[in-house]
Design a protein around this ligand. Structure first.
Ligand SMILES: [Zn+2]
Length: 304
C-alpha cells in the first residue's frame, strides 16, 4: 500500500523518536511511501560573507548602481519595475535585514527584457540585471527573472554543491512573488508547478538520490531540469505545511528573515532554522530523503 507524503504527517508525531528519515517509515513497514546564470543564472562561488548591516524595520534599502548610460525615463521605468517586484518580495518573503544593491547594465538588441541576471553576495547582497530598455514596463513586470533573483537573497549563498537547492528555492519562490504581483492566480501558480514537474520527471527516473541526479544535470548544463527538480522539494514541503500545519513556506521564510537570515551560513543551518520555526524537523527529514532515496520516488511527490 502506498500512501502520499501528506499522509506521513498524520503519523508524524507518533514516530519522531528514533526516526532516520521519512523513509524510515517505509523501510520499517509502517507506511510504504512518503510521501543562481538565470536565463541562465549564476550564483558566485564566494562564500556568503559576514553581513554587517543591522536588521532594519520597514522596507529594505535598495541601493542603485547604473552601470551603463540610461536616460531619466529609462531609469524611472527600471526603478518602478524593481521597486514593484521588491515590494511584492517583501510581502512574500519578508523584509530583508540588509541593504540590497541593484546593478543595472544595458543589453540592447535582446529578444527579451532581461536576457541575463545573477546575484552576488560579496561585499554586498547584490542583484545584477542585464536589460533591454526597449521593452515596456509591463514586459518587465511579466518577466520571472527579477522575482527569481530577489528570492535568492532571502537565504544565504549555500555553495556550488547546493545549487540544486538554491535554484530550486528561487524557482519555487519566483511564482510566489509573481502571484503577489497579481500576474498569476494561486491556481495558475499551482498549475505551473505541476507542468514543470511533468516536464522534468523523465530526467529523474533513477535509483540514485535526487540530489546526485540534480548535480549531474547541472554538470551536463541541463539547467532547467536541475532547477525544477530542486523546486520539487519546496513544492512538497509547502504542500505539507499548508495541508497539515496551517502555515506555508513563505510564512516560515518571513519569520526566517527576522530570526535567522543573518546568522546562517550553510544549507544545514537554513534547514535547521526552518525546522525550529515549523516546530518539527520536517524540512530536514524531507532533505534527508532527497539525499538518500531514489530520485524517481521523490520527484513526483507533489503530484500525488
Ligand atoms: Zn537562480
Amino acid at each position: 500500500m502506498r500512501l502520499s507524503v501528506i499522509l506521513i504527517l498524520t503519523h508524524f508525531f507518533l514516530i519522531l523518536p528514533g526516526y532516520g528519515s521519512a523513509h524510515y517509515l517505509i523501510d520499517n513497514g509502517l507506511i510504504s511511501a512518503i510521501s543562481e546564470a538565470d536565463s541562465p543564472e549564476n550564483d558566485p562561488l564566494a562564500n556568503d560573507p559576514p553581513e554587517n548591516n543591522p536588521p532594519k524595520v520597514g522596507h529594505s534599502a535598495m541601493v542603485w548602481h547604473w552601470e551603463d548610460a540610461f536616460n531619466s525615463a529609462e531609469r524611472e521605468k527600471i526603478e518602478v519595475w524593481i521597486q514593484k517586484v521588491n515590494k511584492a518580495a517583501e510581502k512574500t518573503l519578508g523584509v530583508y535585514p540588509f541593504a540590497v544593491h541593484c546593478h543595472i547594465y544595458e543589453r540592447a538588441g535582446s529578444a527579451e527584457p532581461v536576457p541575463w541576471a545573477h546575484t552576488w553576495r560579496y561585499p554586498e547582497q547584490s542583484l545584477h540585471f542585464y536589460i533591454d530598455t526597449k521593452f515596456t514596463l509591463d514586459n518587465f513586470l511579466d518577466d520571472w527573472t527579477a522575482p527569481h533573483e530577489i528570492s535568492h537573497l532571502s537565504i544565504p549563498y549555500l555553495g556550488e554543491d547546493n545549487a540544486w537547492f538554491a535554484e530550486g528555492y528561487a524557482s519555487f519562490m519566483q511564482y510566489q512573488v509573481m502571484m503577489e504581483l497579481g500576474i498569476y492566480s494561486e491556481e495558475e501558480v499551482n498549475q505551473k508547478y505541476r507542468e514543470k514537474i511533468k516536464k522534468i520527471t523523465s530526467y529523474y527516473q533513477s535509483n540514485k538520490d535526487l540530489v546526485t541526479v540534480a548535480r549531474n544535470l547541472r554538470e551536463g548544463r541541463k539547467h532547467s531540469p536541475m532547477y525544477w527538480g530542486g523546486a520539487s522539494y519546496f513544492m512538497t514541503l509547502n504542500r505539507i505545511l499548508e495541508e497539515k500545519h496551517e502555515t506555508s513556506l513563505t510564512s516560515v521564510v518571513r519569520t526566517y528573515q527576522e530570526c535567522c537570515r543573518l546568522k546562517d551560513r550553510s544549507l544545514k543551518d537554513v534547514v535547521k532554522s526552518w525546522d525550529e520555526i515549523i516546530g518539527i524537523p520536517l524540512a530536514s527529514l524531507l532533505l534527508k530523503d532527497y539525499q538518500n532515496e531514489p530520485a524517481r520516488e521523490m520527484v513526483g511527490l507533489y503530484l500525488k
